[in-house]
Design a protein around this ligand. Structure first.
Ligand SMILES: [Zn+2]
Length: 286
């Protein structure tokens, strides 16, 4: 069971004080009441775009700083040919990463999910369809999107605990939905604003400029055609890893950086995984 440190959010507490205050202010002047209500609404809307504040609910956006390490996370995959290029590169450097995948892409490329697991990487939930407007939807739609992705991944042998919202935006309903599903929200605190690999140029440089221990680095596993053709994605990730290692920053799995399980592998694996990856199955790598 994933324990949430708190169920009452700062947004609940602010509402608890501001809403009665607004009612009281009404008797002084209706405009005061409207101003207080507007303030609360603006606060809640702004918090959707700044999930790191934790105003709308508990979430993790950076890790421990005492082990001098960072984590690499790749969103939006798995994809062809990017995922394999990335995991081949990670293997060369002996680095493990965490992939936040959409249920739909996992369904399209189950062999890539198996391969990531086989090579020691972790998988997180990034919703089923990766709708960028998901956070404008009802709690029911949110629950369905997260649960559907869980179902797909469960069928591929993985029970994920960590959810990362599409486009990094949250809403007030997310916290409750994740509590129900015994999951938690994890975002990031370092990125190159690469627009899903559409702006890959100088990606490594942008991250390296301010990277520090405890950072959760956001990258993308998206086959944006021009960047793939020119080998820019893998080239930038290679540069990033090389420079992080040269700066004596270790690259560890997200689960180790945040000291929480990101996923666990089911006892009952889909029957074709041991057949496809006999080496991993023998070594109990799953
Ligand atoms: Zn995404």
């Amino acid at each position: 069971m994933i324990k949430q440190p708190w169920k009452i959010t700062p947004a609940h507490l602010a509402g608890f004080f501001l809403l009665p205050a607004s009612l009281a202010a009404y008797f002084v002047h209706p405009l005061f009441a409207i101003a207080l209500l507007m303030f609360y609404i603006v606060l809640c809307v702004a918090a959707c775009f700044f999930p790191q504040t934790g105003f709308l609910g508990y979430m993790i956006s950076r890790g421990r700083t005492d082990i001098n390490a960072v984590s690499l996370t790749f969103d939006d995959g798995p994809s062809v040919p990017t995922t394999r290029q990335i995991i081949d590169l990670l293997d060369r450097f002996g680095v493990k990463a965490t992939f936040f995948v959409s249920g739909l892409n996992a369904l399209r490329h189950p062999e890539l999910i198996s391969e990531m697991l086989c090579r020691g990487h972790h998988i997180g939930n990034h919703s089923y369809s990766h709708n960028p407007f998901l956070m404008l939807k009802s709690a029911r739609t949110l629950r369905r999107e997260i649960s559907e992705a869980q179902k797909v991944l469960r069928g591929q042998g993985v029970e994920t605990k960590a959810f990362r919202p599409p486009v990094g935006i949250v809403n007030p309903k997310l916290h409750g939905v994740l509590n129900e599903l015994d999951m938690y929200c994890v975002t990031f605190n370092r990125r190159a604003r690469d627009a899903g690999n559409r702006r890959v140029r100088n990606l490594a440089e942008k991250i390296l400029k301010s990277v520090k221990a405890g950072d959760i680095i956001l990258l993308h596993d998206v086959p944006e055609s021009r960047a793939v053709e020119q080998g820019m994605i893998v080239g930038e990730v290679e540069k990033l890893i090389t420079r992080l290692q040269a700066a004596d920053l270790k690259i560890v799995l997200l689960a180790d950086l945040i000291e929480r399980p990101v996923m666990k592998v089911h006892d009952a694996l889909p029957p074709d995984i041991p057949r496809k990856f006999p080496d991993c199955a023998e070594q109990n790598k799953f």
